[in-house]
Design a protein around this ligand. Structure first.
Ligand SMILES: Nc1nc2c(ncn2[C@@H]2O[C@H](COP(=O)(O)OP(=O)(O)OP(=O)(O)O)[C@@H](O)[C@H]2O)c(=O)[nH]1
Ligand SMILES: [Mg+2]
Length: 269
């Protein structure tokens, strides 16, 4: 908690790190935001509105600044919630809209509409986004209990997305949620997560689905039905956040012009 609370972006141009959560409908994007918020809030609270697993619940782009250990001082971490990905271009978020969000063109509160793409002619479209408007890391969110049933279309969408996002120089991780649903021992005791064979196998399947190394796959258990916090659940959520922040900083290191310039200047001296 201290690491996250005291985190400051390594770029002087920005005050907050913006992380976009992307994943199929019902994978637990909003739940992850609420869960991280709960850890800092000291009790289970629903911050980003959570739906059921089958309906597409989140429709707007909403950014949530995570509150800090001392509640009056917020952290420098902003988690951005968006609409779920569909099976093809016709449902859920489109590639065009996702890339517009990542590049910082889409204003807060934008309501996504699959048959109406984000357009530069729209009044509140951010024409010239700066580093602070952009997304600095993408966290894919996958439901461990559904990995085996994700369609070929979704797999293709993931691969296409990863290519485009990587081209923008943005690092990605994948959060594997619902791990309690695939392993009864982990459901009873979350600290069993890294000892579970079935979770290990599912992490490999997730890595294969995403075309990522397994080291980028982070298992988490979101607060879903429980009313009280659990220290092991908190630890898993916080290590996921810490993992994400490492990749955010990597992005800042690679994309802060002044730093590169000053490095160049000092090497020339
Ligand atoms: N058991 C369990 N349930 C979870 C977990 N994460 C999310 N859920 C449940 O899964 C359902 C969907 O969660 P959401 O957070 O609304 O999913 P979402 O990705 O935001 O979905 P959309 O906004 O519709 O795209 C809810 O009923 C959650 O309570 C988890 O780690 N374990
Ligand atoms: Mg949601």
């Amino acid at each position: 908690m201290e690491t996250v609370s005291s985190y400051t972006p390594s770029s002087e141009e920005v005050t907050q790190a913006r992380v976009l959560l992307l994943g199929p409908v019902g994978s637990g994007k909003s739940s992850f935001i609420s869960s991280v918020h709960s850890v800092f809030n000291g009790r289970v609270t629903i911050r980003a509105m959570v739906g059921s697993s089958s309906t597409c619940f989140t429709k707007k782009l909403q950014s949530f600044t995570i509150c800090g250990q001392k509640r009056e001082v917020p952290t420098r971490l902003v988690l951005c919630d968006a609409m779920g990905l569909g099976d093809g271009e016709m449902t859920g978020l489109t590639l065009h809209d996702i890339l517009s969000v990542i590049k910082g063109h889409v204003p807060e509160g934008h309501k996504f509409c699959p048959d109406q793409a984000v357009r530069s002619e729209t009044g509140n479209y951010v024409k010239w986004p700066s580093l602070k408007d952009k997304i600095h890391c993408v966290a894919f969110v996958l439901d461990a209990s559904k990995i085996a049933t994700y369609s070929k279309g979704l797999r293709a969408s993931f691969q296409q997305l990863r290519e485009h996002i990587s081209d923008l120089g943005i690092h990605q991780v994948a959060l594997l949620t619902h791990v309690d649903e695939i392993c009864p021992n982990t459901a009873k005791d979350v600290s069993m997560v890294y000892k579970s064979q079935v979770i290990k196998e599912t992490m490999s399947k997730a890595a294969d689905l995403m075309g990522m190394a397994t080291s980028y796959i982070v298992p988490v258990k979101n607060y879903s039905s429980e009313l009280d916090l659990n220290v092991n659940t908190d630890v898993l959520l916080l290590s996921a956040v810490e993992h994400i922040l490492q990749y955010v900083d990597l992005y800042f290191q690679e994309n802060t012009p002044q730093k590169t310039e000053s490095k160049k200047a000092s090497s020339e001296l």
